[in-house]
Design a binder for this molecule. Structure first.
Ligand code: ZN
Length: 347
């Protein structure tokens, strides 16, 4: 019944690309489950690994099966696992945490400094089978399809960032209209924000943002000034909350400028290196800044599943679907900068 080998996408050599290989099906330990993977999402992280940039070369061991966004079903259960059944559909948290650190022992698992990532530090989800600690499994309700299950990891980034501050009745600026920025816009509207404005300089992404979240106001900052948009929307001073999703220095500057006194910023975008910040502006505007990493375990997962069941719709952010045999097309779509989420089918 259990096959010996499986198809997987592997970083086999320390250079550009990923390779489809036959790999052994993982053996599970007493606290693990084996998941038969049905769908996976391609992440920006996977593009860094594909390109083998400096970060990837310093972080990712070779060979490694990559990928961390997945949905599937449990096919094997370790002997000490309780509360999960064979056949349970699931997604899962790809950050593997320890239990020794102060943060973990305080229940703040997402702040464990020893976190390792599947598909980045340990064997990942771009495979027909994935070993995962049972602790990391997130069961999927019947009304959430595998395709959405496969993008809960990045949706979780969006939810974690968007829910960093109270959004009810607030005006929200999102800089960066990649898939996570777009999903954050959907979450902000769902959470009761009044105006949600999303900026980028890529017209394809702004078009996708408007397609996924019709209530959002897309702004191409290469052509339009935020201060004109603030006036158009009849906002008195500016935005109450900023969600920075681009890693762009210019975007952060624009955000600080467009925020009200006492505004709040959640930062998810990763700048390419050290970048100059006008700190005096931030001090004099009394701005609160929060760095966001990953998803809260497992509060973010709880909230996002509840919101999906309560009408949050991010399905249109998935723009491309390929069988795994055509994974190269999927990566090409991602690298073009014109796609939303790309989902690979492993069934
Ligand atoms: Zn990801």
């Amino acid at each position: 019944m259990r096959p010996n080998t499986m198809t997987a996408l592997e970083k086999s050599e320390p250079r550009e690309g990923l390779w489809q290989v036959q790999a052994p099906v993982p053996e599970i330990g007493p606290d693990d489950v084996l998941i038969k993977v049905n769908k996976t999402g391609i992440c920006g992280t996977d593009i860094h690994i594909w390109k083998w940039d400096e970060w990837a070369a310093h972080t990712v061991p070779v060979p490694l099966i990559t990928g961390h966004e997945f949905a599937g079903e449990i096919v094997e259960i370790g002997r000490d696992v309780k509360g999960l059944d064979i056949g349970q559909r699931c997604s899962g948290e790809g950050h593997l945490i320890g239990t020794e650190s102060r943060q973990s022992r305080a229940g703040k698992f997402h702040l464990d400094p020893g976190t390792r990532g599947i598909g980045v530090n340990v064997q990942g989800a771009f495979a027909q089978y994935l070993r995962l600690p049972a602790f990391n499994v997130v069961p999927l309700p019947d009304d959430i399809p595998d395709e959405i299950g496969a993008i809960l990891d990045p949706l979780g980034n969006a939810v974690h960032t968007a829910l960093s501050f109270d959004l009810l009745g607030e005006d929200v600026l999102i800089t960066g209209a990649g898939p996570i920025g777009i999903m954050a816009a959907a979450v902000a509207k769902h959470a009761g924000a009044r105006h949600v404005v999303i900026t980028d300089i890529n017209p394809d992404r702004l078009e996708l943002a408007a397609h996924v979240v019709p209530a959002v106001r897309p702004v191409n900052v290469a052509q339009e000034e935020l201060r004109d948009v603030i006036a158009e929307l009849k906002m008195k001073q500016g935005f109450d909350v900023g969600l920075e999703m681009s890693g762009s220095q210019a975007a952060l500057d624009q955000m600080v400028e467009a925020l009200v006194m006492g505004g709040k910023i959640a930062l998810l975008g990763i700048p390419p290196g050290k970048s100059p910040v006008d700190w005096s502006r931030i001090v004099f505007k009394a701005i609160t800044i929060k760095g966001v990493y990953g998803r809260e375990m497992f509060e973010t997962w709880y909230k996002m599943i509840a919101m999906l069941q309560n009408g949050l719709d991010v399905s249109r952010v998935i723009t491309h679907r390929f069988p795994v045999a055509e994974f190269e097309k999927g990566f090409r779509a991602m690298k073009s900068g014109r796609s939303g989420k790309v989902v690979l089918d492993w069934t």
